[in-house]
Write a protein that binds this ligand. Structure first.
Ligand code: FAD
Ligand code: A2P
Length: 270
C-alpha cells in the first residue's frame, strides 16, 4: 500500500502534524494517531478540521472528532474509508511519518458543559459516531460528574464494533482512569446485520426497554439521566424523538439541558 503523502511535497503550513500510528480495523474503518500541537487545548467530545493538501495546492479538510482524551500527549482519530471520498480515499493510505494538516480550533456540542448535572450519562453512537465518546470515556471528568456511564454503540457487524470493544477493554488497566472506570462504565454494543451477544438498533433497544432489562437498571428519567448522541442524521433524528418522549430536552453550550446531539457525518439522501 502506498503512503498518501510519499510522492507529495512536505506540507509547508504551521498546521502540519506527523502521523505516529495507523491501525486498520475493517475495509471501511481505520484509526490513526498524530502529534499534538503544543498550543491545542480541547474539551473531550469536540472536533477539529483535518486533512491533506489537495492536488490544487489548497488544503482539503473535513471535520473529525478527537477520539483521544484531553490528557493524551498525542491526538487519536477514528475514520471511515469512503472509496471515492475526496479526503478518505487518500487519507486511508497514510503511514507513520506522513504529515496531515490539522487546524487547532476545537469546537462542538458533545461536551459536559452543555448538560445539566445528572447521575447517569448515556453515550449513544452508531458507526464512527463512537469517536467523541472514545475521548469522553477516557476523561476523568466523566466519572467525577456521573455515578453511571453507559456506552451504547451499534454497528452492522461485530467487526465494526472492534475499535470500541478494545478501547473499553483497555480501560480496566489504564493507570490514570482504570480505578475511576471500574463499576461505573457499562458497555452495550449491538449489531444489526449479524448475530452477536446483543442485537438491534439503539432506538429499538431503548423503546422496547431491552437495554434497561439487560443491564438491570431503571428506564430514562429526566431528573437523573443525561445523554449525548452521535450518528447519521437519520439516527440522530430518531433518537432525539426517543429522548424527547422520555422527557429529556436538547441542550447547548449556551443553554445546558438533558441531552446534546452531533452529526457523525453529513449523509446522502437524508
Ligand atoms: P465526503 O465527501 O465528506 O463524504 C462522502 C459520503 O460518505 C457522505 O455523503 C456520507 O454518505 C459518507 N460518509 C462520510 N463520512 C462518513 C462516516 N464517518 N461514516 C459513514 N459514512 C460517511 N468522519 C469520521 O470518519 N470520523 C470522525 O470522527 C468524524 N467526525 C465528524 C464530526 C462532524 C461534526 C462532522 C460534520 C463530520 C465528521 N466526520 C467524521 C465525517 C467527515 O467529516 C468526512 O465526511 C469523512 O471523513 C469522509 O470524507 P470524504 O471527503 O472522504 O467524503
Ligand atoms: P441497520 O443495519 O438496521 O440499518 P450505517 O453503517 O448504515 O451507517 O449504520 C450504522 C448502524 O446504525 C447500523 O447498525 C444501522 O442499523 C444503524 N442505524 C442506521 N439508521 C438508524 C436509525 N435511523 N435509527 C437507529 N439505528 C440506525
Amino acid at each position: 500500500m502506498t503512503s498518501a503523502t510519499a510522492t507529495r511535497p512536505k506540507i509547508t503550513t504551521p498546521d502540519a502534524q506527523t502521523v505516529t500510528q495507523v491501525q486498520h480495523w475493517t475495509d471501511r474503518l481505520f484509526s490513526f494517531r498524530v502529534t499534538r500541537p503544543q498550543s491545542l487545548r480541547f474539551r473531550a467530545g469536540e472536533f477539529v478540521m483535518l486533512g491533506l493538501m489537495g492536488d490544487n495546492g489548497r488544503p482539503l479538510l473535513r471535520a473529525y472528532s478527537i477520539a483521544s482524551p484531553t490528557w493524551d500527549e498525542e491526538l487519536e482519530f477514528y475514520s471511515i474509508k469512503v472509496p471515492d471520498g475526496p479526503l478518505t480515499s487518500r487519507l486511508q493510505h497514510i503511514a507513520p511519518g506522513d504529515e496531515i494538516i490539522l487546524r487547532p480550533k476545537p469546537v462542538g456540542t458533545l461536551v459536559h458543559d452543555a448538560l445539566l448535572p445528572g447521575k447517569r450519562i448515556w453515550f449513544l453512537a452508531t458507526g464512527t459516531g463512537i469517536a467523541p465518546f472514545a475521548s469522553l470515556v477516557r476523561e476523568p471528568e466523566t466519572y467525577e460528574k456521573y455515578d453511571e456511564v453507559i456506552l451504547m454503540h451499534t454497528c452492522r457487524t461485530a467487526a465494526e464494533l472492534e475499535y470500541g470493544r478494545r478501547l473499553v477493554e483497555s480501560l480496566a488497566d489504564d493507570p490514570l482512569i482504570g480505578e475511576m472506570v471500574a463499576g461505573k462504565l457499562r458497555y452495550y454494543p449491538t449489531t444489526t446485520r449479524e448475530e452477536s451477544r446483543f442485537t438491534g438498533r439503539i432506538t429499538d433497544n431503548l423503546t422496547s426497554g431491552k437495554v434497561f432489562a439487560d443491564l438491570g437498571i431503571p428506564p430514562l428519567d429526566p431528573a437523573t439521566d443525561r445523554a449525548m448522541v452521535c450518528g447519521s442524521m437519520a439516527l440522530n433524528k430518531d433518537l432525539m424523538a426517543v429522548l424527547e418522549a422520555a422527557g429529556l430536552r436538547e441542550g447547548a453550550n449556551s443553554d445546558p439541558r438533558e441531552y446534546v446531539v452531533e452529526k457523525a457525518f453529513v449523509g446522502d439522501g437524508v
